[in-house]
Design a protein around this ligand. Structure first.
Ligand SMILES: Cc1cc2nc3c(=O)[nH]c(=O)nc-3n(C[C@H](O)[C@H](O)[C@H](O)COP(=O)(O)OP(=O)(O)OC[C@H]3O[C@@H](n4cnc5c(N)ncnc54)[C@H](O)[C@@H]3O)c2cc1C
Length: 396
């Protein structure tokens, strides 16, 4: 089977609905085949043309309400967009944050902030792709961030350092979490943090320094240093000190959207493995005739479809405005597990050819590994389910 081969479409039960979006994204993605992604990967380059095409087609404005120039679609539709991007071999990591960051601005931003930014984001004039939470010293314990924002007249002055901030070089705006009250002076560790919509454009090279981090995948991720950045007080989202809650609010959508990407990756691997196993002949018969090859493919398919149902359930609850924290976390865990297992299975099915870059299997294998760790690592999800869903004693 030649590299660049397209798998048969395996239509699954969790795919009903949103056919127009599914087909629209699929045909857009066909303009960006494996060679496009391999070239970006080799050069560690941002897929600008792909992002522009998605923006032009309106997909990145899916969650922006129509009154602000967006498509006003629900989370299930956004899931379909990201799933299809991954499933066709493209990489939504270059743009997914614009979808999930939006939630914080939509739910907690003022009317003036929404009117000022959303129509321009929807029109593709501004990019809101950067999400500044992680820091080098605190890891997953976000309550210990050290970046501070101090009020000075009609502005806040930001000092500190963020790490793993993806797409910051390709984004005009960043949603930034900083401490406005020291942890020890706050009513509880999660209080005293605030969220700002930061306009990076004129400050890079002045009060903002960005340093790319070399990584095993092409993810445009960076360290960002703030040295006296002045952010207008008008760009504070919601109330001072409540930022952690606002960020948490957006996390359910983030988990569900990333889980949908993982389902897309897993389907990519299953469809490619099945196609390759039918085609590749060794010992005078297709390798897929051996149960040692076909059973792992079938197993990966079943795990993927089970995860897809949980993603769908979580997205539906979110769209209905119902509590969905447990389902969003479980969807992320199950889908990232399914995609990683499918990636491993696909590598094994392709044998030595899996290592050849021209088949795109090794690239997707590297890319999907991320989701065991970011945006939230599997252990932290297990801990959430154990303590928040099952009521077991907290370990930290
Ligand atoms: C490519 C990439 C892109 C990223 N993009 C962004 C971005 O755009 N914006 C942003 O803010 N962040 C981003 N991140 C950061 C990402 O969200 C974190 O890496 C992730 O949340 C894990 O945090 P950590 O790396 O600090 O791990 P740590 O918190 O140091 O944890 C290390 C390991 O220990 C485990 N662990 C820690 N505490 C416990 C515990 N109590 N019980 C059991 N296990 C535990 C974790 O599960 C993990 O496996 C990105 C990361 C990567 C790698």
């Amino acid at each position: 089977m030649k590299p660049g081969w397209k798998p048969d479409h395996v239509f699954t039960s969790s795919e009903y609905g949103y056919e127009a979006i599914r087909e629209g994204v699929r045909s857009l993605c066909e303009r960006f085949p494996g060679e496009y992604w391999r070239e970006r990967d080799r050069e560690s380059a941002y897929p600008t043309a792909f992002i522009e095409a998605l923006t032009e087609a309106g997909y990145l404005a899916a969650l922006i309400p129509e009154e602000y120039g967006g498509a006003g679609l629900d989370l299930r539709a956004a899931c379909v967009i990201l799933e299809m991007i991954q499933r066709t071999g493209c990489n939504g990591a270059a743009c997914h944050a614009q979808m999930y960051i939006m939630g914080t601005l939509l739910r907690h931003g003022s009317e003036a902030q929404k009117r000022r930014y959303l129509p321009r984001i929807a029109a593709g004039e501004l990019r809101l792709q950067a999400f500044g939470v992680s820091e080098p010293t605190c890891g997953t314990d976000t309550t210990r961030i050290a970046t501070t924002a101090e009020r000075d007249g009609d502005a806040y002055v930001i000092h500190g350092q963020k790490t793993w901030i993806s797409r910051s070089e390709h984004s005009d705006l960043m949603l930034l979490l900083a401490r406005t009250t020291p942890r020890e002076e706050s009513a509880k560790p999660t209080a005293g943090m605030s969220v700002f919509l930061v306009d990076l454009r004129s400050e890079i090279g002045k009060s903002v320094t960005i340093r790319p981090i070399e990584t095993m995948i092409n993810h445009s991720t960076t360290e960002v240093f703030f040295d006296g950045l002045r952010v207008p007080a008008a760009n504070l989202i919601g109330e001072e000190g409540k930022g952690f809650r606002y960020i948490l609010d957006g996390l359910n959508a983030e988990r569900v959207l990333i889980a949908a990407e993982c389902v897309g990756d897993a389907r990519f691997f299953v469809e490619h493995a099945a196609g390759y196993a039918k085609d590749r002949e060794v010992f005078g018969r297709p390798i897929g005739q051996n149960q040692g090859i076909q059973f792992p493919i079938a197993e990966a398919h079943m795990k993927t479809e089970a995860a897809a149902l949980m993603v769908e359930r979580a997205a539906s609850l979110f769209d209905d405005g119902a509590p969905c924290g447990a389902e969003a976390n479980m969807a992320k865990y199950l889908a990232s597990d399914a995609s990683w297992a499918a990636a491993d299975m696909c590598m094994q099915t392709y044998g030595g050819f899996a290592f050849s870059t021209e088949y795109d299997i090794e690239r997707k294998f590297r890319e999907t590994r991320l989701y065991q760790i970011a945006p939230i690592s599997t252990n932290l999800i297990l801990s959430h389910v154990a303590t928040h869903v099952l009521g077991l004693p907290k370990s930290f």
